[in-house]
Design a protein around this ligand. Structure first.
Ligand code: ATR
Length: 277
């Protein structure tokens, strides 16, 4: 049997991971299979049992998506530094009877922004909206990219403070509420990492944060012009992008980790891109 991989989540019907990894495997001539597994929500330890059954059946690695990233992290025998810092795993590797937790969400996002969109963060003013799991994974890779300023805004200010307190601060990192943004001027990059777009909502961000020479990035993908991207465009921002590139880049990181071969991502991103308007 060839090497087995899977993505696990619930629900999982919408996942693009088997398509992405299938294209990577074809292009880099890797003999492997990649399937989607709907993980059990209950009882409490059923998720870990499902992962162990996959390993027993010859599984070599898994991608992990909502709502299992914390459980995957908790059940691992070893955790990479970035998984530890994110407090969550989006990829597991199975080697010599051990489960290793990784998290490539933040590096995938950074790579999409800096390499694919050609927006190096060094010296720039960057604003991140939200304080959920997506932001937790992104903070350290963002700080490592040395922006002049990294500001994280959230409705629940206590939540964003707690999040930032967990990150060993290196570089310029600040938190604020939406009401403070009007006075903070324009940002070179505004990243919407809230879950607002999943319900068609708009975070209460003022148009004054967008710069005519800057960009707006929406983590959600395949939703065309979300209210956030529409606001940014109407405010005259230079570039808008959704999270399709991040999705493919985090997958490429996991693939390279598992297989030792870095796949090409451009054609896969193009294939999955839904035009914004
Ligand atoms: P995760 O599952 O990724 O950890 P979460 O904890 O549910 O996600 O976080 C979702 C994020 O989206 C939060 O930062 C949330 O803001 P609050 O903490 O203030 O609730 C944010 N969010 C969701 N809907 C929003 C909206 N309409 N406007 C602004 N922020 C929103």
């Amino acid at each position: 049997m060839n090497d087995q991989y899977a993505v696990i989540g619930n629900p999982i019907g919408h996942t693009k991971s088997p398509l992405i990894h299938g294209l990577f495997a074809e292009e880099s001539q890797q003999d492997m299979s990649y399937t989607a597994i709907e993980g059990p929500l209950e009882p409490q330890d059923a998720f870990a049992d499902t992962v162990r059954a996959f390993i027993a059946a010859g599984g070599k690695g898994m991608n992990v998506t909502a709502p299992f990233k914390l459980k995957a992290f908790a059940m691992a025998d070893e955790r990479s530094e970035r998984a530890t810092l994110a407090g969550a795993a989006n990829a597991l590797g199975f080697k010599d009877g051990r489960i290793i937790a990784e998290n490539f969400d933040g590096v995938g996002l950074l790579r999409d922004i800096e390499v694919n969109l050609n927006l190096p963060m060094a010296g720039k003013r960057v604003l991140v909206l939200g304080a959920g799991g997506a932001v937790r994974g992104a903070l350290l890779p963002f700080l490592a990219a040395r922006p002049a300023e990294l500001v994280v805004v959230n409705r629940d200010i206590a939540k964003v403070r707690a999040l930032v307190d967990q990150v060993a601060t290196s570089g310029s990192l600040a938190v604020c509420g939406y009401g403070d943004l009007e006075a903070m001027g324009q940002f070179d990059l505004v990243v919407n990492a809230t879950s607002a777009s999943l319900t068609g909502d708009l975070p209460p961000v003022p148009p004054s944060v967008f710069s005519p020479t800057g960009a707006a990035y929406e983590l959600a993908y395949g939703k065309r012009l979300t209210p956030f991207l529409r606001l940014a465009r109407n405010a005259g921002v230079l570039g808008v992008a959704d999270g399709v590139g991040m999705l493919v880049e985090q997958a490429a990181e996991a693939f390279a980790w598992w297989r030792g071969v870095r796949p090409q991502t451009r054609a896969v991103i193009d294939r999955l891109t839904v035009p914004l308007a």
